[in-house]
Design a protein around this ligand. Structure first.
Ligand code: NOJ
Length: 554
C-alpha cells in the first residue's frame, strides 16, 4: 500500500521565511547561503522538502510577494548561483527546494505593468485588470482589498482604475488573456529546469474574476471584502487544469495551493488525480476564532469541539484520492501556541500537542520555521518596530477611528504577521545567532532560553519532541498510509483519533485542557505506548495537556 504513495506524501516539509532564517553576510537579512549552511539542521528534523518564500527581485512592498522579475534572484538574498548551490547541496541530503509562485499579481514596478499602465494602446494593455471609473468618477466596484482600502487604484497615465486584491503595489494579472497565462507558465518551467521539486501557489483562489458588480457593504466604509466577491469563482478550475497540464504533467514534483475560499466540500475538485493540485492549504482551522472586520480580524470564542469538527472534516474530505498538507503555522498567522492555547500555563506541553497532531494527522506535515522550538508571538509597544504592511495599515486605521496608540497596539498584538517573522533563534548569543549585523526585525526577547542550541541539549524540549515525532511518523507506516477515524468526539477535553493501517493502528490522544482527562481505558486494549509527553502515561487518563501515541496490531 505504501508504495502507491508519492515521495512527497511520505516526507515532511519545512517552510522557510528567507528573510528571517539565517543571515550569512551580516546585512541583517536572511539569505540563500544562510539556508545552505543550515541544511543539516533541517535534515535532522526529517525534512525532505523546503518551501522558500519569494526571493525574486522585488521592491519589497509586501516582503517579496510583489515581484518585478519571476526568473531572477533579489540581490538581498544572494545570486542565481547561490540558489543553484542550495538546490544541489539540498539534493545531496535528499531535500528538494520548493519555490513560491506568486501568479495572482506582480509588483507595480514589473516591466509588464509599467508597459500596461503607460496608456490604453500597447501590447500589454490587457495584461492587468483595467476598468473605467463609474460615471461619478468613483471606483468601478466597492470592493475592499485584503490589506484595507479600495481594491482599485487610479492610473493617471492610463486614465483608468486597476484592480489589486492586495496592496496597490500588487496589481492583479488578467488571467483571461492567454498570453499572460503562457508567460507565467514559462516562468514555472524555468524553475523546473533548475531542478526545483515543487511549487507553493500563492493566493491562487483569486486569479479568476467574476462579474464586476458592487457587493453588499459589510462595514461603515460602504465596501465589501474582495475575498467574498472573487475567491474561488466559477471557471477557476479551467485555468488551473491548464497550469497542471502545461507545467506539472509528466514531472515528479508536487504542488500545494494557498486556497483561502476553498472549503472542505470543494476539495475533491481541487486535489487528487482529478484535481488541480496535489494539496491545498485550506484555512478553516487557521481562521477558527477570528472574525473578519474592516481593519483585519477580531477574535471570537471557540471550543475544542469546533476545532475537532473542522480537522475531522478536512481529513474526511481528503480521504481516498485526496491528500492534506497538515499545518498549524505559516508566515501570515500568529504562532500556534498563542492561537490554540492563549494564556496557557505550560507552553512546552501545549506545543507538543500541536507537534503530535502535525505528524500524526493524515497528510504531509508542514513545519514553519521556529514552530519546532515553540516560538511565541511578540507584543512590541512601538508601531515603528513592526514591519508588516498589513499590521501598519491596521494600526493606521484604528488610530483614524479614534483609538489611542496603546489601544491600537493592543488590537494588533495578536494578529500581526511579524510574530511569525521574527528571526530564527539559533543560540543564546547576541541576535540569537541569526546575524552578526542588525536584524531587519527585532529578535523575540525569549531567545536566551528558547533557541536551537539549548533545545538540542534538552531531551524534554519541543525540538526533541518534533524530532522524535518525525522519526515515529517515518517508521510507523500506518501514520503515513493509514485511514483516519475520530474517536471520543463528544469530549470537550480530548482530541483523539485512530490511524488504521493494514497490519497495525495508531491511537493518538491529546488533552487540550489544563486538567486531567479521563476516558475508557478499554480503548487501548492490546495497545502499547509509543510516546507520551507526560512523565507517566496511564491508560484511561491523560495528564493536563498530555499527548500520547499508542499502537496495536490488527
Ligand atoms: C499570501 C502570502 O502568504 C502573503 O504573505 C502575501 O502577503 C499575500 N499572499 C499576497 O501575495
Amino acid at each position: 500500500m505504501e508504495d502507491r504513495l508519492k515521495w512527497w506524501q511520505k516526507t515532511n516539509v519545512c517552510e522557510i521565511y528567507v528573510r528571517s532564517f539565517q543571515d550569512s553576510d551580516g546585512d541583517g537579512i536572511g539569505d540563500l547561503k544562510g539556508i545552505t549552511q543550515r541544511l543539516d539542521y533541517l535534515k535532522k528534523l526529517g525534512i525532505g522538502a523546503v518551501w522558500i518564500t519569494p526571493c525574486y527581485p522585488s521592491p519589497q512592498a509586501d516582503n517579496g510577494y510583489d515581484i518585478v522579475d519571476y526568473c531572477a534572484i533579489d540581490e538581498t538574498f544572494g545570486t542565481m548561483e547561490d540558489l543553484e548551490t542550495l538546490i544541489s547541496e539540498a539534493g545531496k541530503r535528499g531535500i528538494c527546494i520548493v519555490m513560491d509562485l506568486v501568479f495572482n499579481h506582480t509588483s507595480d514596478q514589473h516591466a509588464w505593468f509599467l508597459e500596461s499602465s503607460s496608456g490604453k494602446e500597447n501590447p500589454k494593455s490587457d495584461w492587468y485588470i483595467w476598468r473605467d471609473a463609474k460615471p461619478d468618477g468613483s471606483e468601478p466596484t466597492n470592493w475592499r482589498s485584503i490589506f484595507g482600502g479600495s481594491a482599485w487604484t487610479w492610473s493617471e497615465t492610463r486614465g483608468q482604475y486597476y484592480l489589486h486584491t492586495f496592496l496597490k503595489e500588487q496589481p492583479d494579472l488578467n488571467w483571461e488573456n492567454p498570453e499572460v497565462r503562457c508567460a507565467l507558465y514559462d516562468t514555472a518551467i524555468f524553475w523546473l529546469d533548475k531542478g526545483v521539486g515543487g511549487f507553493r501557489m500563492d493566493a491562487i483562489t483569486y486569479i479568476k474574476k467574476p462579474a464586476f458588480t458592487d457587493g453588499v457593504p459589510d462595514a461603515g466604509d460602504g465596501m465589501t471584502a474582495i475575498h467574498e466577491m472573487i475567491a474561488n469563482s466559477d471557471g477557476i478550475l479551467d485555468f488551473l487544469h491548464e497550469f497542471k497540464d502545461t507545467v506539472q504533467s509528466g514531472r515528479d514534483i508536487f504542488t500545494v495551493g494557498e486556497a483561502n475560499g476553498v472549503n472542505a466540500s470543494d476539495l475533491p475538485e481541487w486535489v487528487g488525480s482529478e484535481g488541480v493540485f496535489d494539496m491545498v492549504f485550506e484555512f478553516s482551522h487557521i481562521l477558527l476564532g477570528l472574525k473578519e472586520g474592516t481593519a483585519g480580524a477580531g477574535r471570537i470564542g471557540w471550543t475544542l469541539v469546533d476545532l475537532k469538527r473542522i480537522l475531522t472534516d478536512s481529513q474526511e474530505k481528503n480521504a481516498g484520492n485526496g491528500w492534506y498538507p497538515v499545518y498549524f503555522e505559516n508566515h501570515d498567522h500568529p504562532r500556534c501556541i498563542d492561537h490554540y492555547f492563549p494564556g496557557t500555563a505550560d507552553s512546552n506541553m501545549a506545543a507538543k500537542i500541536i507537534g503530535t497532531l502535525l505528524f500524526t494527522l493524515r497528510g504531509t506535515p508542514f513545519v514553519y520555521q521556529g514552530q519546532e522550538l515553540g516560538l511565541r508571538n511578540v507584543a512590541w509597544d512601538d508601531i515603528n518596530d513592526y514591519n508588516d504592511i498589513s499590521t501598519r495599515n491596521r494600526y493606521g486605521f484604528l488610530i483614524s477611528e479614534g483609538k489611542t496608540p496603546v489601544e491600537a497596539l493592543a488590537a494588533i498584538h495578536f494578529f500581526s504577521r511579524d510574530s511569525a517573522r521574527t528571526p530564527m533563534q539559533w543560540t543564546a548569543d547576541k541576535n540569537a545567532g541569526f546575524t552578526r549585523g542588525t536584524p531587519w526585525l527585532p529578535v523575540n526577547e525569549n531567545y536566551r532560553t528558547c533557541n536551537v542550541a539549548s533545545e538540542e541539549a534538552d531531551p524534554d524540549s519541543i525540538l526533541s519532541w518534533y524530532r522524535a515525532l518525525a522519526e515515529i511518523r517515518r517508521s510507523h507506516s500506518e501514520l503515513i498510509e493509514g485511514s483516519y477515524e475520530e474517536i471520543l468526539h463528544d469530549s470537550s477535553q480530548i482530541y483523539a483519533f485512530i490511524r488504521r493501517g493494514t497490519t497495525a493502528e495508531a491511537i493518538i490522544l491529546t488533552n487540550f485542557s489544563e486538567e486531567t482527562a479521563e476516558y475508557d481505558a478499554a480503548l487501548l486494549d492490546g495497545a502499547a505506548l509509543v510516546i507520551s509527553s507526560a512523565e507517566n502515561s496511564t491508560k484511561g487518563m491523560l495528564e493536563h495537556l498530555e499527548s500520547a501515541v499508542y499502537k496495536r496490531k490488527i
